[in-house]
Design a protein around this ligand. Structure first.
Ligand code: SF4
Ligand code: SF4
Length: 454
């Protein structure tokens, strides 16, 4: 129990406890990863965020957080490793709760013979040196939400007063790197900045010393075909920069997951695919501030406070396709959004998985319901889209919108380009830990490289 809380799961009503226990039965995989949405509130007013301006923000209580950790210990069953991710809104608004959860979850993990890891997605603005020191000392890794260089970042990521946030975060980077040497950025690529993706990766690496890039295109916004082509070209630019750093400069200070993780390897090209779906609601779970359970944080947004009336799309954004609820929702790779109800609630931290019919939908990894994917030439390379984005766009969790599929093709185009370039250079893989041949003074290949860039 987190200090100061007054109830524990053991004091829950017997019927609720029974339902919870039944719902944790072994028909589903163990849950090892839990996103804790500590608050819907944020210290910023990003233009692309539907939460901005709404007055319905809820935050998680210590009791709920404590019950969520208890659930994780149970639902992870025999797994010897569990992971907790702090999410928001802006989770740093709840630093005191983060500190208490780290303490409590650490003790509970030890008691259950599990190792535990913590991470956090944050805009970074509120992290002071004492926070950074705490994160370092307690092994809490964080990833910064940064969209790119100042021009791109500040177009959407702004303070409540409307100023850009790039410089605020940039001014902290030196201090942050003293405590967490390896810094990652989650980049949300908006249609109007897709063409600048490569230069944005370069700027974040060279100006802010960001090491790792998680690149995701914005969903539930309108993408024109020209912007989708920009996205493919922007990814190729980002790859060329990555190649320059990793191969020609032999740098071990940069990673871009899209060009690692085996996507470029022979087995992938040969069409060996995993199961459909993304793992939301299977091995992963999100807990909303009110204690309700969801497949992932994007499926949870709005679960406990969104207001349909507040959710008018900001200028430049418009909803795509049919919406599942009466409110507009912003899901996928955008920071957060609000709606009257989450589409697939799984239960609560007290009752456990008391909505097994919804969990079964998330656990369906078969091709059957993914009708649009049956005849798709990308079927061997794609997991069938994002349930949250598809629900928002088409109202059917298994049927992605056309723009989404076109963006997946754009990603494949960039990966094909990357594969060709590596083949030309005789580099087998850029997977982390893979042996990258030393081409630093291989003049002919360096010339080929520069010919490809220019
Ligand atoms: S691109 Fe679209 S239709 Fe094709 S496999 Fe992926 S989600 Fe399915
Ligand atoms: S792909 Fe979509 S549904 Fe799956 S975890 Fe990511 S945001 Fe959630």
């Amino acid at each position: 129990m987190i200090a100061g809380t007054s109830t524990t799961r053991g004091e829950a009503r017997p019927a609720a406890q029974l339902a919870r226990q039944l719902a944790l039965q072994a028909w589903a995989p163990p849950v090892g990863c839990m996103e804790l949405i500590l608050t819907e509130a944020c210290n910023l007013g990003c233009g692309y965020c539907f939460e901005y301006g709404a007055d319905h923000h809820k935050s998680m209580s210590a009791e709920t957080a404590s019950a969520a950790i208890d659930l994780l210990m149970d639902a992870s069953r025999d797994s010897t490793w569990v992971a907790v991710t702090f999410m928001g809104g802006e989770p740093m608004l709840m630093f005191d709760l983060i500190r208490d959860v780290v303490d409590y979850a650490g003790r509970e993990a030890r008691r259950h013979g599990k190792t535990i890891s913590f991470d956090m997605q944050t805009n970074g603005v509120l992290i002071r040196e004492e926070h950074a020191r705490f994160f370092r000392d307690h092994g809490v890794r964080y990833c910064l939400s940064l969209d790119g260089a100042r021009l791109t970042n500040d177009r959407h990521r702004r303070t409540l007063g409307g100023s850009g946030t790039f410089q605020i975060v940039a001014a902290k980077l030196k201090m942050l790197k003293r405590h967490q040497h390896w810094q990652g950025a989650r980049m949300t690529v908006m249609p109007d900045d897709a063409a600048r993706l490569g230069e944005n990766v370069r700027a974040l690496h060279e100006e802010l010393a960001i090491n790792q890039f998680v690149i995701g295109f914005a969903t539930h916004v309108a993408w024109s075909d020209a912007q989708i082509a920009d996205y493919a070209a922007g990814l190729m630019d980002a790859f060329e920069y990555f190649l320059e750093q990793r191969v020609f400069r032999r740098s071990r200070r940069i990673r871009i997951g899209l060009f690692e993780l085996g996507q470029l390897d022979a087995a992938f090209v040969a069409g060996r695919r995993g199961a459909w779906g993304c793992g939301a609601g299977s091995g992963r779970l999100a807990v909303a501030p009110d204690g309700s359970l969801h497949g992932c944080s994007k499926l949870a947004w709005g679960a406990s406070g969104g207001s349909a009336a507040a959710a008018l799309p900001p200028e430049g954004l418009r909803p795509v396709g049919n919406l599942p609820h009466d409110g507009l929702r912003q899901v996928g790779n955008l920071p957060h959004g609000g709606s009257a109800a989450a589409p697939l609630p799984l239960g609560t931290v007290e009752t456990g998985f008391s909505r097994p019919e919804n969990r079964l939908k998330l656990l369906d990894h078969s091709e059957g319901p993914r009708t649009k994917c049956h005849a798709c030439e990308l079927a061997s390379h794609c997991n069938g889209g994002c349930h949250a984005a598809s629900l928002a766009d088409t109202g059917n969790m298994y049927v992605p919108a056309d723009y989404f599929c076109k963006l997946m093709f754009a990603q494949k185009q960039a990966c094909d380009h990357a594969r060709r370039r590596l083949a030309e250079l005789g580099v087998p893989s850029l997977r982390w830990g893979a042996d990258v041949p030393d081409l630093t003074d291989h003049t002919q290949r360096a010339e080929q490289f520069h010919a490809g860039v220019e």
